[in-house]
Write a protein that binds this ligand. Structure first.
Ligand SMILES: Cc1ncc(COP(=O)(O)O)c(C=O)c1O
Length: 317
């Protein structure tokens, strides 16, 4: 297992705070927000892209490449520019990619292909091998770093809260973020630093995600969906997929923690992101607000002990 050294530690230390207005609005107890939108480029992706860029340099690459729906590309190109290596960011041409100006501004070469995201990941795998680029797309040969990077979210939650919460709710696309947070909590538990592991509430789009589908239908093995059944929208872009690269790990985390996976539709994501803005004065991506929507669906009217930490993965602008 690769170890992250002190020097390699990912950026982080995002705020954790009690969302008392949301508690009142939703009649829920002890809701905390872990606001990843406060990171440098505004999403949790900074935790892994910084590690990938440094690893790429260490291994002697001059170019880092990624297939992305936008947020990861903004993050990878930012750190590539900061560490002065080239970046190549590939997105499906039909994606809105609200962050393309930023990616371009970071000096990245942008590739747009008329392919679904999952096929683009495969395309970039081959292209990176041919061009001798370091590939940091989900599921790449370098993806061991991803889980280690996201474990830092669990470490911070425990440092900030003083113990493990009863529940953690997080949005799921490929499942990498949730799997990494779970792995972090497991390590803390096994080291005796915490006395329990939270139950995981996985939130994703109701318009197509293998983790939600597999959990709902009781599959222990992640099921790939028919590409034609998923419906991509501007709102669900970070979450929708027919193949989740770390879906099996996320599914295991949900079962092992006695958690749930919940589908959230676009109007619900938008409603909850507006509620977060109105009640707590922070702007979050609707896809990130899926985590609060799922926590509400799962926990409202229930007398749960302890806290629920909602990981808000990205800021609105
Ligand atoms: C803001 C945001 N939240 C959540 C996710 C889903 O994360 P994962 O693919 O690790 O499940 C993404 C993925 O792109 C994202 O950009």
């Amino acid at each position: 297992m690769q170890q992250i050294t002190e020097e390699e530690k990912p950026p982080g230390l995002t705020p954790l705070f009690r969302a008392r207005n949301i508690e009142r609005a939703l009649k829920m107890n002890r809701v905390f927000f872990k606001f990843e939108g406060a990171s440098i480029t505004g999403t949790q992706k900074d935790r892994i892209s910084s590690l990938h860029v440094r690893r790429a340099i260490e291994l002697g690459y001059d170019t880092i490449a990624v297939a992305t729906c936008g947020n990861y590309g903004a993050s990878v190109s930012y750190f590539a520019s900061a560490y002065r290596i080239n970046s190549v960011v590939a997105t499906p041409s039909f994606y809105t990619n609200a962050r393309s100006d930023e990616i371009y501004g970071n000096g990245a070469k942008i590739i747009q292909k008329n392919m679904k995201y999952e096929d683009l990941v495969e395309y970039m795998k081959d292209k990176s091998r041919d061009e001798n680029w370091y590939d940091c797309s989900p599921g790449s040969v370098n993806s061991i770093i991803d889980l280690l990077g996201y474990e830092s979210i669990a470490n911070e939650i425990v440092q900030q809260l003083g113990h493990a919460p009863a529940y953690v709710a997080a949005p799921v696309g490929n499942g990498t973020t949730l799997a990494g947070i779970y792995s972090g909590f497991m390590k803390l538990y096994l080291k005796g630093i915490t006395s329990s592991v939270p139950r995981f509430i996985a939130a994703s789009t109701s318009l197509g995600n293998p983790v939600v589908y597999s959990w709902k239908h009781g599959f222990r093995k992640i099921q790939e969906l028919e590409p034609s059944v998923i419906v991509e929208t501007e709102t669900n872009e970070p979450l929708v997929s027919f193949r989740a690269m770390d879906g099996q790990k996320a599914l295991n985390a949900i079962y092992d923690s006695r958690g749930v996976a919940i589908g959230v539709n676009d109007p619900e994501m938008i409603k909850f992101s507006k509620m977060i803005e109105n009640q707590q004065s922070i702007e979050v991506l609707p896809a990130s607000a899926s985590a609060l929507s799922a926590a509400y669906k799962n926990l409202s009217n229930r007398n749960y002990g302890g806290e629920v930490v909602v990981v808000l993965t990205g800021r609105g602008h």
